[in-house]
Design a protein around this ligand. Structure first.
Ligand SMILES: Cc1ncc(COP(=O)(O)O)c(C=O)c1O
Length: 472
């Protein structure tokens, strides 16, 4: 596209004649107010805006949303959103009422309740105590409420943590690759570099590969600052780290002077039983900054997440603070505080479930596990081993979570995804945008979280036809 049509559009249909003939001496008069209509400022060249805006990474999610809207009848394996059958609008009031009752029980006056709900609030949040109690019940984590910051989704937590930890351009963030785009995107917004550490086939990042990447970065004059990792049922790969690898990872990170940023939105959703302690639960050195999200375990509309940052920070004169306090200082300049209403609703949900979200999520866990089973069973049915080998097709078998990855014998890009949506009524997510240093072109992500069993059965049937036709 040339610049001219774009400019015409941006000028809201200002006449080409007026522009071509030079400035119009008598600007048109606005009919309603009588104020003269002035020409809008010239379109801003994207090159004059922050570099991240020209990065295709930022379009990956928008593209998916657009395609989903264009093919509303397709079976969509694309979104990682929770199943809506678990939500009833009345629950919002019930949760809120439970939180208000809790405040009253704690002896808050009506005026104090009014302030808590309607006013600006403490930057670290108003339900830190309830979240700390929930973490103790669900994860065996003994963290003081002061080390928590409630954020607008885990996404804000990522931004704050990256901003705080990386002092300057020499600092780099190690990320397991493939990696959640939320964190690579946040790094891009902040102008920070990421160094990908390849994940093993099923088990997340190899600790020795983390050590090698840290040494390499240091040899190149950079300071490897932290490792971002999703140890449980990662997005996008579905990979989970075995416990010995978790312990080894913490040792390696300590030896390399790396903090670990653990992101754990999917940990409850196990398909295969087994102990999967969080890195934070294994953390004996306070080296893990823990990102939590209520998006999948409560509901994403609340946009509520949190950071556990119990590390000490040494200030001038040896004054010590908590990293959580430093994050709160940053937050005071971004969202000021997380909406009290969201916190009140989620707080009520925690209270109504005795601060035991894992137990409250048992039906969801069973639902997602059954969906993942259905996906794996149907893939197996359509592509038995010999057929799989002949086609050069494969997939992983995640122990839980929302996602599995299919490796196909063709380029699984956006164009292929559209062909699949148009001709076969099935949507999925190309994996390539999840690889910070390239790769994954023949991989696609399948999410089972928002579908029912019959939809998955029908979706895999359509996908199987597509894969066979593309592989010809
Ligand atoms: C790896 C990962 N982290 C965090 C989140 C949730 O972020 P938020 O709490 O901002 O919705 C997601 C959701 O898709 C995710 O996949």
């Amino acid at each position: 596209m040339t610049a001219a049509p774009a400019r015409d559009t941006a000028r809201g249909g200002a006449s080409a004649t007026a522009r071509d003939d030079g400035p119009n001496p008598v600007p048109p008069v606005a009919p309603t107010t009588g104020a003269p209509v002035l020409p809008p400022v010239a379109p801003i060249p994207i090159a004059d805006l922050h570099g991240s805006l020209a990065d295709p990474l930022l379009d990956a999610m928008t593209f998916l949303n657009e395609v989903t809207e264009r093919y509303p009848d397709a079976v969509s394996f694309a979104p990682g959103r929770p199943y809506e059958g678990f939500f009833e609008p009345e629950q919002v009031h019930e949760h809120l009422d439970a939180y208000l009752a809790h405040l009253a029980e704690r002896g808050l006056s009506r005026a104090a309740v009014r302030t808590a709900l309607f006013q600006y609030g403490p930057t670290k949040g108003i339900i830190t105590d309830l979240v700390a109690r929930t973490l103790a019940n669900d994860e065996g984590l003994d963290v003081p409420a002061e080390s928590l910051v409630l954020t607008v989704g885990a996404q804000e937590g990522m931004l704050l943590v990256l901003r705080a930890l990386c002092a300057d351009q020499d600092d780099v963030l190690l990320v397991s690759s493939p990696c959640y785009v939320g964190v690579t995107g946040a790094a891009r917004l902040l102008g920070l570099s990421t160094v990908p550490v390849p994940e093993g086939p099923d088990h997340g990042p190899d600790p020795e590969a983390v050590a090698a990447a840290a040494r390499e970065a240091r040899a190149a004059g950079r300071r490897p600052r932290a490792l971002y990792v999703v140890p449980d049922f990662a997005n996008p790969s579905g990979a989970s780290m075995p416990t010995p690898a978790r312990i080894r990872l913490l040792d390696v990170a300590a030896a390399e002077g790396l903090l670990v940023v653990e992101d754990n939105p999917y940990g409850f959703f196990t398909r295969e039983p087994g102990a999967r302690p969080t890195l934070k639960a294994l953390d004996r050195r306070r080296q893990v900054v823990y990102l939590g999200s209520f998006a999948k375990t409560c509901f994403p509309g609340a946009r509520l997440g949190y950071v556990v940052a119990d590390q000490q920070v040494a200030g001038p004169g040896g004054r010590l603070s908590l990293l959580a306090d430093e994050l709160a200082r940053l937050k005071s300049m971004t969202t000021v505080n997380t909406p009290a209403l969201s916190q009140a609703v989620i707080g009520g949900m925690l209270l109504r479930n005795d601060c035991r979200l894992r137990r409250a999520n048992a039906p969801a866990t069973a639902f997602y596990a059954a969906n993942l089973e259905t996906l794996l069973r149907e893939l197996e049915r359509h592509f038995p081993a010999p057929e799989r080998a002949r086609l050069g097709l494969d997939w992983n078998r995640p122990e839980g979570g929302f996602f599995a990855v299919l490796t196909v014998p063709f380029t699984a890009d956006e164009a292929a995804m559209e062909r699949c949506a148009r001709g076969y009524g099935v949507l999925w997510t190309p994996m390539a945008p999840f690889y910070p240093a390239g790769g994954g072109e023949r991989r696609l992500r399948l999410s089972i979280s928002s579908l029912t069993e019959p939809e998955i059965v029908a979706g895999v049937a359509g996908l199987a036809r597509f894969v066979r036709d593309e592989a010809r």
